[in-house]
Design a binder for this molecule. Structure first.
Ligand SMILES: [Zn+2]
Length: 205
């Protein structure tokens, strides 16, 4: 384990960090998105999604999700952390939108949980993955027409009760129509939550 950690540290020195948006190597000491991609990330003014999914952020999230590029997490976390202020003192736990166990097994990780982890640490509350489970496999929302999306995720989730931490922040990487977040919020309320705040990293304006 110590050897593996040492090797990972060495790799950080040898392999340059990459920009999640364009995958170009960053200059030494440069963090996050590169100078060309960074300014293209648009902050959304309204709604539960923080940034426009189009452009470099969407590219970065696709690389993370479909190419397993967990090396990009540090840069993506830098976009998550500033969102914590709005929820500070208002939640007792952060709950990531879960994947169905079959998909989790195939992908090997839940990107929403990996991103939500930065939020939970910033807020100083637990990341509570166990609070929500996906009981029904659904087709990826992106492949469906808007009218089909609510039905696709209807009753797809089941919440777990935790009377000690009734106020939660539900977190997802991407919000499209909001159907997934609505369905997941409903499950958390049915499981006794008093407050369910919602935050997505990216969304369609
Ligand atoms: Zn870039």
């Amino acid at each position: 384990m110590a050897i593996r950690a040492a090797l990972a540290g060495l790799m950080d020195l040898v392999a340059p960090r990459r920009c999640p948006g364009c995958d170009h190597a960053l200059d030494w000491g440069e963090l996050g998105f590169c100078g060309a991609c960074g300014p293209l990330i648009e902050r959304l003014r309204h709604g539960p999604a923080a940034y426009d999914y189009g452009g470099p952020l969407g590219e970065g999230l696709r690389r993370l999700k479909y190419e397993g590029r967990t090396d990009l997490l540090e840069a993506l976390h830098a976009l998550v952390v500033p969102l914590a202020g709005a929820h500070a003192g208002k939640v007792d736990a952060v709950v990531p939108v879960p994947l169905h166990p079959d998909r989790l097994r195939r992908r090997g990780f839940n990107q929403a949980a990996l991103l939500a982890d930065a939020m939970a640490r910033e807020l100083g509350v637990p990341l509570a993955e166990e609070r929500l489970i996906r009981v029904r496999a659904s087709v990826p929302q992106a492949s469906l027409k808007e009218s089909e999306r609510a039905a696709n995720v209807h009753r797809a989730f089941e919440g777990r009760r935790d009377a000690e931490r009734p106020r939660v922040l539900l977190f997802d990487d991407v919000r499209t129509t909001g159907a997934t977040l609505r369905s997941a919020s409903g499950a958390l309320y049915r499981a006794g939550c008093s407050t369910v705040r919602v935050q997505a990293l990216a969304g369609v304006p």
